[in-house]
Design a protein around this ligand. Sequence first.
Ligand SMILES: Cc1cc2nc3c(=O)[nH]c(=O)nc-3n(C[C@H](O)[C@H](O)[C@H](O)COP(=O)(O)O)c2cc1C
Length: 427
Amino acid sequence: MSKYDVLFEPMMLKNVELKNRIAMAPMNCCFTAPGHIVSEQQMAYYAARAMGGAGLIIIEAVGGSDHETIKTYEVHNNLMLVYPYQMSGLAELAETIHTHGAKTIIQISPGPGRQGSSSGTGIQPVAPSPIAYQFQPDKLPKNGVEILTKVAELMGPDHPITETPREIRVDELEALAHDVGESARLARIAGFDGVELHAPHGYLIHEFLSPRSNKRTDEYGGSMENRARFMCDCVRSMRAGVGDDYLLTVRISADEHMDDGFHVEDTIEFCKMAIQAGADGIHLSDGSYEAAKYFLPDTDGQVVEESAQIKKGLEEALGRDIPVICPSVHNPDLAAESMAAGKMDIISQGRALIADPEWPNKVREGRVKDIVKCTRCLKGCIGRFLIGLPSRCLVNPEMGQEKYIEKYNTRPVLPLKERAWQMISEV
Ligand SMILES: Cc1cc2nc3c(=O)[nH]c(=O)nc-3n(C[C@H](O)[C@H](O)[C@H](O)COP(=O)(O)O)c2cc1C
């Protein structure tokens, strides 16, 4: 018996059997190939984390529409899942992850909102209301000022980091909600075990939830129900796309950490609405680019207490246990204690798995001292991402170069019959 056993108890997430309670958090590391398709590097990067023992791999935010408003993502070089040809690499990716013993869900986004950029496309970002976001110097992570200064310098005055968006129209919202449903349908055909709606971190859905960025007077603004309308429309559309027997989670920031933003009590209400609209579980995060030290925390376990509060609040509100995924608990002792106390059902590890893909295997084998710890410096991962460069890691020289490492490029070959009929036989 080990105190870490609680992290390795199998569980059912809806109808998906997970071998443990450790997920890889979604992270776009700018590895995507031209055409918004999966690159060789991306394949090897995910394979490394599946081989490292995570039970669930959550694929980074994927554009779920080819609508003009989503093209402002361009600078971050996101994957897209809109056209059938974009399914092929993703199908191979899901299959690769499966052969390494993990399950996988894919995060689908209706767009970056005002956190998009006209850089590279000339298209003005959109938002609920024409208000630009502003970095708050006191809410930046420890290296935030240094990183942003460098980013601004490299991008140049023609590519401002924040731009004033235009107000998105209702017909555009309807088109986006429709499209994420279609994208979810393709994800299921491609062989993923589930889909996740991307609603945190100050991106488009978050901007609708927030009274700070949503000043609309139509049916998408004002009351909490109105502010949650776009999120719920996306959930309903995705549910219709995948059917009732398929896993669907929503990722949402636990608290906006801005005085005039939304807070944990509101998030419980938003999560309740998302579940009632058809979601099966909640994947938490925190903050936004405005309150970036909550989205990319300097301290360990920052979301744990919010997770406990939201899990309890949801159970009280809905009269049943709702699975909650909590991010950023890099310390295995804290992870095990919080899990044992019922504060979450799964932990999602982001930078901890960038620094050391073997984190789960090392904890399971009692080799905690061998873990290469993330220093939360943000320089190689998000710092490079902000200008569209492929991520690296200051403590893991292999990160970003997995495709050159043989062990990450090999996988067990499935029996021909299984391989040939996999996926479409499940749909
Ligand atoms: C390079 C990078 C890219 C990220 N991309 C995404 C993303 O595509 N979707 C998302 O929901 N969160 C994204 N995140 C946030 C992570 O999923 C995670 O919540 C955050 O890094 C905090 O957890 P950690 O301390 O374990 O890294 C990203 C984080 C990093 C560092």
